[in-house]
Ligand binder design. Structure first.
Ligand SMILES: *[C@@H]1O[C@H](CO)[C@@H](O)[C@H](O)[C@H]1NC(C)=O
Ligand SMILES: *[C@@H]1O[C@H](CO)[C@@H](O)[C@H](O)[C@H]1NC(C)=O
Ligand SMILES: *[C@@H]1O[C@H](CO)[C@@H](O)[C@H](O)[C@H]1NC(C)=O
Ligand SMILES: *[C@@H]1O[C@H](CO)[C@@H](O)[C@H](O)[C@H]1NC(C)=O
Ligand SMILES: *[C@@H]1O[C@H](CO)[C@@H](O)[C@H](O)[C@H]1NC(C)=O
Ligand SMILES: *[C@@H]1O[C@H](CO)[C@@H](O)[C@H](O)[C@H]1NC(C)=O
Length: 405
C-alpha cells in the first residue's frame, strides 16, 4: 500500500513533527481499506430471478425517465425473494447484519431479517424513510448510528431501520453504494442523506470517495463462497489486469455508455453512431442488453428465451463457441462462452433440472432491457462484474472497468 502524501503547506507549518504526524495521519486516513465479501445464492426458480432483474430495471428506468405511470407501489412488485447477492457483514450499533452490496441504490438500511435494536449509539431522527427497488423495498425510520465493516467505519451514519421489508428474506438490508442523488426523496424532511462512502470521507476514515469492487465467479457447486473484495478509498491493483478504463459517469446511477456490441465477428449494434446508455449495478444478476442488441444476439447465435428458466438458452448440442464483446470508453471488454454461460456445476442450486440441462446447449446470463421498458439501456450486473473489476469514483465523477486479475 502506498503511504499517503501530505501537502507541502502542512509540512511547512509542522516541520518539526513530521514523522509522528505522518503516522497519526496514516491511522486516521489510510489510502484504502479492504474488506471481504460473501456471495450467496438461494435460487429456487430462475425465472423469478430474471423477473426481479426486469422489475428492478423497470423501476429505475421509469423513476428516472419521468415515466411515473409505470411506478409500482411498494408491496405490489414481484418480490419473490430469489436471493443472489454479494453480502458485506456490517456492524450497526452493536449488532451485525448481512447487507447486500448495491451500487444501484444509495440508502443503507437494516432490519429485514435480523431486527434492529437501538443501542447507546443509535438515535432515531424522527424521519420516515421509504425506498422502492422495483423487486422489493422497505418502509421504516431513519436513525443515525455507528456503522462499520471489517472493523473500520464511521460514528454517525444515516441508516434506515425497516418496519416493513419486502423481497429481502435471507438478508438484513442493503449497503447503499450508489451516487448520493439516489437518496433524494427517500427520507422525509431532507433533500438527500449522506451515503456510507461520503461519511467515510467526512469522518476522515478514508481520504477519497473512491470504491473498488472485485467479484469472482463461484467455483464448483457450492451455493456460497467468500469471493469478493470491497476497497474503500481507492483501487487494489492486485485485483485487475492492465489499465482501468474510466468514462465520465452518466447520472443518476453509475452510468456508462457503450458504442458497440459484438458476438464473434458479428456486430450486434448499434447501427448508428449513437451509443447505448447503461449502468453498473451490483444489485442485478444478469447482463441486460439493449433491445436491438439482444434481438440481434438471438438471431446470430441461434439462441432463444427459454420459458421455463427465463434465461437465454442455446439448442441442445449447440453450445456457443464465440465471445461477446462490449466497447466502452474506447476499450473492448470481451467475455468468453465459459464466462457468459452459467456453469453446469451450478445448475442444481439454480433449480435447473437434469431434464432441462439435457434439452439445452447452455444458458447465457443475458436479459433484454426492452422487456423492462428500457430498449436503449443496458445493465452490467454481477454476471459481468465477476470478470471485470469496477471502480466508482465520486471524486472525479467517473466509472472505471478493467479485466479482473
Ligand atoms: C418458475 O416460475 C414461473 C413463473 O412464476 C412458472 O411459470 C414456472 O412453472 C416455475 N418453474 C418451476 C420449475 O417451478
Ligand atoms: C412509459 O410507460 C408506458 C407504459 O408502460 C410505456 O408504454 C412507455 O413506453 C414508457 N415511456 C418511456 C419514455 O419509458
Ligand atoms: C442523540 O440525539 C441527542 C439529541 O439530539 C444528542 O444529544 C445525542 O448526542 C445523540 N446521540 C448520538 C449517539 O448521536
Ligand atoms: C497502461 O497505460 C500506460 C500509460 O498510458 C501505458 O504505457 C501501458 O502500455 C498501458 N498498459 C496496458 C496493458 O494497456
Ligand atoms: C441494424 O440494421 C439492420 C438493417 O436495417 C437491422 O436488420 C438490424 O436489426 C439493426 N440492428 C441493430 C442492432 O439495430
Ligand atoms: C445457426 O444456425 C444456422 C442454421 O442451422 C447455422 O448455419 C449457423 O452456423 C448457426 N450459428 C451458430 C452461431 O451456431
Amino acid at each position: 500500500m502506498v503511504r499517503i502524501g501530505i501537502s507541502s503547506a502542512w509540512v511547512a507549518t509542522t516541520i518539526g513533527l513530521v514523522t509522528a504526524s505522518v503516522v497519526s495521519l496514516d491511522q486516521r486516513a489510510p489510502l484504502t481499506i479492504t474488506v471481504p465479501l460473501k456471495k450467496i445464492s438461494t435460487i429456487t426458480n430462475t425465472s423469478h430471478l430474471v423477473a426481479n432483474d426486469y422489475a428492478r430495471l423497470q423501476h429505475h428506468h421509469s423513476k428516472h425517465s419521468g415515466n411515473a405511470t409505470t411506478r409500482v407501489a411498494l408491496g405490489e412488485a414481484s418480490a419473490t425473494n430469489e436471493l443472489n447477492a454479494y453480502i458485506a457483514q456490517t456492524k450497526v450499533g452493536s449488532q451485525t447484519f448481512d447487507l447486500v452490496v448495491d451500487t444501484g441504490s444509495s440508502n443503507t438500511w437494516v432490519g429485514s431479517d435480523t431486527k434492529f435494536i437501538a443501542g447507546s449509539t443509535g438515535n432515531n431522527t424522527g424521519n420516515a424513510v421509504e425506498v422502492d427497488y422495483g423487486s422489493g423495498g422497505f418502509i421504516g425510520d431513519e436513525y443515525t448510528d455507528a456503522v462499520s465493516i471489517g472493523g473500520t467505519g464511521v460514528k454517525q451514519q444515516s441508516i434506515g431501520v425497516a418496519q416493513l421489508a419486502i423481497g429481502f428474506d435471507g438478508v438484513d438490508g442493503i449497503l447503499g453504494l450508489g451516487p448520493v442523488e439516489l437518496t433524494q426523496g427517500t427520507v422525509q424532511g431532507v433533500s438527500e442523506v449522506p451515503t456510507f462512502m461520503q461519511t467515510l470521507v467526512s469522518e476522515g476514515v478514508i481520504a477519497q470517495n473512491i470504491l473498488g469492487i472485485s467479484f469472482a465467479p463461484i467455483q464448483g457447486s457450492a451455493p456460497e463462497s467468500t469471493n469478493g473484495v470491497l476497497t474503500f478509498g481507492g483501487v487494489d491493483s492486485k485485483l485487475f489486469k492492465g489499465n482501468i478504463t474510466y468514462t465520465p459517469r452518466i447520472p443518476p446511477f453509475w452510468g456508462i455508455s457503450a458504442s458497440s456490441f459484438k458476438f464473434g465477428a458479428n456486430s450486434l449494434g448499434p447501427n448508428s453512431t449513437a451509443a447505448y446508455l447503461g449502468f453498473v449495478d451490483t444489485g442485478t444478476t444478469l447482463i441486460l442488453l439493449p433491445g436491438p442488441v439482444f434481438t440481434a444476439f438471438l438471431t446470430v447465435s441461434n439462441a432463444s428465451v427459454d420459458p421455463s428458466t427465463g434465461f437465454v438458452a442455446f439448442p441442445a448440442n449447440a453450445k456457443p463457441t464465440q465471445d461477446i464483446s462490449f466497447v466502452m470508453g474506447g476499450t473492448m471488454f470481451t467475455m468468453t462462452p465459459e464466462q457468459y454461460l452459467l456453469p453446469q456445476a451450478q445448475y442444481a442450486f439454480w433449480g435447473i433440472s437434469a431434464q432441462q440441462a439435457q434439452a439445452s446447449g447452455g444458458y447465457a446470463l443475458f436479459g433484454n432491457a426492452e422487456t423492462a421498458g428500457a430498449p436503449a439501456g443496458f445493465v452490467l450486473g454481477m454476471s459481468f462484474l465477476e470478470f471485470f473489476y469496477s471502480v466508482y469514483d465520486a471524486e472525479n465523477d467517473r466509472v472505471g472497468l478493467a479485466p479482473a486479475a
